[in-house]
Design a binder for this molecule. Structure first.
Ligand SMILES: [Mg+2]
Length: 342
């Protein structure tokens, strides 16, 4: 009998990772946390741990070079890598970059990419410490690995959220998603125009959030200043719904978040209205905002509010209650995870 063939789409990204990595229980005592969090945690001795995270960005899947400047792509690659280190409540130290490059790129084009990398590294205090470049026939490929360091007791895993904890969000959500949609719209509209002049008036902020998102090192520093170690944390790369579900799954808890407390920028709402979409959908399912989602005990509310730029959007509930979005009229909408963002 032939072996059963399962399509990747039947599982989706998260179930696929679970299935492929199910038989990889750590065998080294230094592996404090393996697959299943934003970064791996490796015991470094002396009460400290190293954090290691890796990401891949593919042309045509994760970015479109017809409107993505290489300088911004270099910057964003560092953000994507370092954001996973910050999501463990750790600070970045080093990054490694592996590129797949076809002959359509000149040396000068690659220098532009590295200019963005240099800029982000300087902002985030990370050193480019190595990497690799190989030839590619399928477009531009970026592999980024980020390394960080933290005291073991200050690391925030996805698994520590407790019932009644507050669910906190930094910045605002959905802006990157609307930025991407604006770029895609202009690409469609200007496809056959000889000298295209895209119309981005008033929406530059959304483009910036998509093309050149900042990793929230400032938040990890403010948490340290206030003496807060979040009970759980994740960076918002896949969208609020999906990322909150990851916390719920790892922490074995439920959640209630309130629609009218989700921070959405006015440009996000304005463009969503113009494009006849719902800004809440952008915030819930959009992803790529690279903001941080974290939980803290109820007693820390005052400290969290003192940090600035943080909103409390709900609280952690018992596992059997599930994860819900509560609308202003009081109805409950069950949250669903996504993954493999287009
Ligand atoms: Mg992450």
């Amino acid at each position: 009998m032939p072996n059963k063939r399962t399509e990747i789409s039947e599982l989706g990204e998260f179930a696929l990772i679970d299935r492929l990595t199910a038989d990889f229980a750590p065998s080294n005592a230094t592996t404090l946390c393996g697959v299943g969090d934003d970064a791996a945690v490796v015991d470094a001795g002396g009460g400290e741990a190293l954090l290691v995270a890796t990401d891949t960005m593919l042309e045509g899947i994760d970015f479109d070079l017809t409107y993505f400047p290489l300088k911004h792509l270099g910057y964003k690659a560092v953000t994507v890598g370092v954001s996973d280190i910050l999501a463990m409540n750790a600070l970045p130290g080093q990054i490694m970059l592996s590129l797949g490059v076809s002959s359509k790129f000149s040396v000068e084009a690659l220098e532009e990419f590295y200019e963005g990398v240099r800029f982000a590294c300087r902002e985030l205090g990370a050193d480019l410490a190595g990497g690799d470049i190989s030839a590619s026939v399928t477009g531009f490929v970026v592999g980024i690995t980020a390394v960080g360091r933290a005291k073991k007791e200050s690391i925030a895993y996805r698994s520590g959220a407790q019932q009644n904890d507050l669910i906190c969000i930094t910045g605002n959500l959905g802006a990157a998603y609307m930025g991407l949609h604006l770029l895609e719209r202009e690409k469609r509209v200007l496809k056959d125009v000889a000298e295209p002049e895209p119309q981005f008036g008033g929406y530059e902020y959304l483009l910036e959030k998509y093309l050149r998102p900042c990793a929230r090192k400032d938040i990890v520093e403010s948490l340290a200043e206030e003496g807060i170690v979040p009970t759980s944390m994740i960076d918002l790369s896949d969208g609020l719904a999906s990322d909150l579900m990851q916390i719920c799954k790892s922490s074995k808890c439920g959640a209630r978040i309130y629609l009218d407390r989700i921070p959405i920028a006015k440009q996000t709402t304005a463009l969503a209205e113009e494009m006849h979409t719902d800004p809440v959908i952008a915030a819930l399912n959009g992803g790529e905002d690279y903001e941080l989602l974290f939980t803290v005990p109820l007693a820390m509310q005052e400290k969290v509010m003192r940090m600035g730029g943080v909103d409390v959007i709900g609280h952690v509930t018992a596992e059997n209650t599930g994860a819900y979005l509560v609308t202003p009229d009081g109805s409950d909408i069950r949250l669903k995870a996504q993954g493999f963002k287009e």
